[in-house]
Design a protein around this ligand. Structure first.
Ligand code: BES
Ligand code: MN
Ligand code: ZN
Length: 500
């Protein structure tokens, strides 16, 4: 297992190190995790002994509580070789799981990454499972990366070396790979839309595919026309940038076991969404560089699955277009014949994601996957329903949806299922074509969008994930500087693992 996501030498070393007396650790910083009221157990007790009871003194004075994400820095701590001991709160021990731990580790790393550091040691607790260790490692390695792509003076610097004391080396290695997948998705989302457009996204995918050993096919305009992807092409017409469809394939199973993919991932890759002729107002358009987050997370997930060498077959399809208002832009009232043959009447050019996905879902479904998951920053309505942090789930197959929800829960990413009653489907009937691309009015808009997508998946067990809310963090949180989040990368890796 190697880390192939970043050019050599830029990722920082992340490794396990043998157990040692906390007092002797001469790293530039040491991170100790404590649960609420937990100064006298586990690693905290050992560190407290070396400190001559300082932690217990601070705890009884109320300066150190162990509340979740509370960060207490002890500089030049007496009796320790390190100059900086960061004590990170985990909250109540009964509530501690891999998701909480990932965020706490990220919060600790984020604080310490505010300036360059050579070696930082995290003290793992022997009570943690190797899954918890893996997720903590992944969390720390995402926390030390901020939104610095275009800043002359970066706010965060990756540690040259991160060590996890007394942790399972294989779990540490897996955590580092998972973080690279998440950080890849975050970087793509944070890249300005003038730098990341369909062609350059496809080139990024090709570079990642080369490093992780994924098969890749890139469909250009001509190929898309030959493949009758008229829906995707219609959205692309208003842009000076050519569209692309990226297909990736990872074969982790012996060939003899058949050619049917265990899992298909589909991503919305609108590299900028102006709304098209149904133009967005300025405030709503700001931030629409993130409209390719579904595609970014799909790329991050399949690359991580490949780097982890999971024994599954996975295919991914990413529909890449820019939604603009150029002279050839698709128009209201246009009727488009999608690849599946279904005709779509356009009522709003800003409901472009579903039009693009109509063709990508059709292409990928043709590969006969056992399960298909799509990720899309599809509707503002999903944010009205669930807020900023929760992804919406929509399905035609409850078992498929349950498996994804369980995977998301295990890594601490919140998701919530919304209903798919047939009546919502009535709303997308058109007077002149098979369907139209919006419902009647704004109410239930996340569901009518999902009902539209459902028309293109046939009998394939499928779950749609609307990530409009969680794809991008407008504000910093203890565990992140904000910006692209890499949402759903870890759940998809978990799903692939549980599919085995
Ligand atoms: N990309 C947007 C959805 C979106 C909005 C994502 C805010 C993230 C934050 C999508 O293409 C869109 O514009 N949807 C419309 C649909 C409407 C025209 C039916 C929307 O949600 O307003
Ligand atoms: Mn739109
Ligand atoms: Zn969009």
């Amino acid at each position: 297992m190697t880390r192939e996501f970043l050019p050599a030498g830029t990722a920082g070393v992340i490794e396990a190190c043998p157990a040692a007396a906390p007092a002797s650790l001469d790293a530039e910083a040491v991170v100790l995790f404590i649960a609420e009221g937990g100064v006298d157990t586990g690693m905290a007790a050992a560190v407290d002994a070396a400190l001559g009871g300082l932690l217990r003194r601070l705890a009884s004075a109320g300066e150190l509580t162990g509340r979740r994400y509370e960060a207490v820095s002890l500089l030049a701590p007496p009796g320790l070789a390190t100059t900086h001991l960061l004590v990170m709160g985990l909250g109540r021990l009964e509530e501690l799981d891999a998701g909480v731990l990932a965020r706490a580790a990220a919060a600790a790393a984020r604080q310490l990454a505010s300036r360059p550091r050579g070696r930082v040691v995290f003290l793992a607790e022997p009570t943690w499972t190797s899954f918890m260790v893996e997720q903590a490692v992944a969390g720390a390695a995402t926390g030390m990366v901020g939104q610095d792509l275009y800043r002359s003076e970066p706010k965060r610097t990756r540690f040259a070396t991160t060590q996890w004391m007394a942790a399972d080396p294989a779990a540490v290695a897996r955590g580092a790979v998972i973080a690279d997948g998440v950080n890849l998705a975050r970087r793509l989302v944070n890249t300005s839309p003038d730098h990341l457009y369909p062609e350059s996204f496809a080139e990024e995918a090709a570079a990642i595919a080369g490093r992780t050993g994924l098969e890749i096919e890139i469909w250009d305009e001509e190929r898309l026309r030959r493949e009758r992807c008229e829906a995707l092409l219609a959205v692309a017409r208003g842009s000076a940038r050519q569209p692309r469809l990226v297909l990736l394939r990872y074969r982790g199973r012996p060939r003899s076991s058949g050619d049917q993919p265990d899992l298909a991932l589909v991503g919305k890759g609108v590299t900028f969404d102006s709304g098209g002729l149904s133009l967005k107002p300025s405030e709503a358009m700001m931030g629409m560089k993130m409209d390719m987050a579904g595609g970014a997370s799909v790329l991050g997930a399949i690359a991580t699955i490949a780097a982890l060498k999971l024994p599954v077959d996975v295919v991914a399809g990413i529909g890449l277009v820019e939604n603009m208002t150029g002279p050839a832009a698709y128009k209201l009232g246009d009727v488009i014949t999608a690849r599946s043959g279904t005709t779509i009447e356009i009522h709003n050019t800003d409901a472009e994601g579903r039009v693009v996905l109509a063709d990508v879902l059709d292409v990928v479904r043709g590969l006969a996957p056992r399960r298909m998951i799509d990720l899309a920053t599809l509707t503002g309505a999903c944010m009205v329903a669930l807020g900023n942090d929760v992804a919406g789930l929509f399905t035609n197959d409850q078992a498929c949806c349950d498996a994804l929800a369980a995977a998301a829960r295990s890594v601490g990413e919140p998701v919530w299922q919304l209903p798919m009653y047939p009546d919502y489907g009535e709303q997308i009937k058109s007077d002149v074509a098979d369907i139209k691309n919006v419902g009647e009015g704004r109410l239930g808009g996340a569901i009518t969008a999902a009902k539209f997508l459902e028309r293109f998946v046939g009998d394939t067990p499928w779950t749609h994930v609307d990530i409009a809310g969680p794809a991008f963090a407008e504000k910093p949180r203890p565990w992140t500087d904000g910006g692209g989040t890499g949402v759903m990368v870890r759940p998809l890796v978990e799903l692939a693992r549980s599919t085995v």
